[in-house]
Design a protein. Structure first.
Length: 114
């Protein structure tokens, strides 16, 4: 499984960004896809996950602001981020679980600043 993340950038507080993660390879064996993030000096943390394209789970800090969705036709998992806050600034990583193995995308920088 290969993952390619895109969509990061600089946005003002209160703004929106949409991240996209394109999967290729053995995509039919993917059970979980989602997003983690890592801010400077902090550990990588879960942001949102989708299990088998249906069940979702979000970090408390992003509930009500972020939405994870899957486009089976495009083999992508997107993260719509609204009402962004400076504390959302981090490198965002797409990941997938397939047959007990974990795969990571290259990371995309999200900076929320005025």
């Amino acid at each position: 499984v290969q993952l390619q993340a895109s969509g990061g950038g600089l946005v003002q507080p209160g703004g929106s960004l949409r991240l996209s993660c394109a999967a290729s390879g053995s995509i039919f064996s993917i059970n979980i896809m989602g997003w983690y993030r890592q801010a400077p000096g902090k550990q990588r943390e879960l942001v949102a996950v989708m299990v088998r394209g249906r069940n979702t789970n979000y970090a408390d800090s992003v509930k009500g602001r972020f939405t994870i969705s899957r486009d089976n036709a495009k083999n992508t998992v997107d993260l719509q981020m609204n009402s962004l806050k400076p504390e959302d600034t981090a490198v965002y990583y797409c990941y997938a679980e397939s047959r007990g193995s974990y795969y990571w995308g290259q990371g995309t920088q999200v900076t929320v600043s005025s």
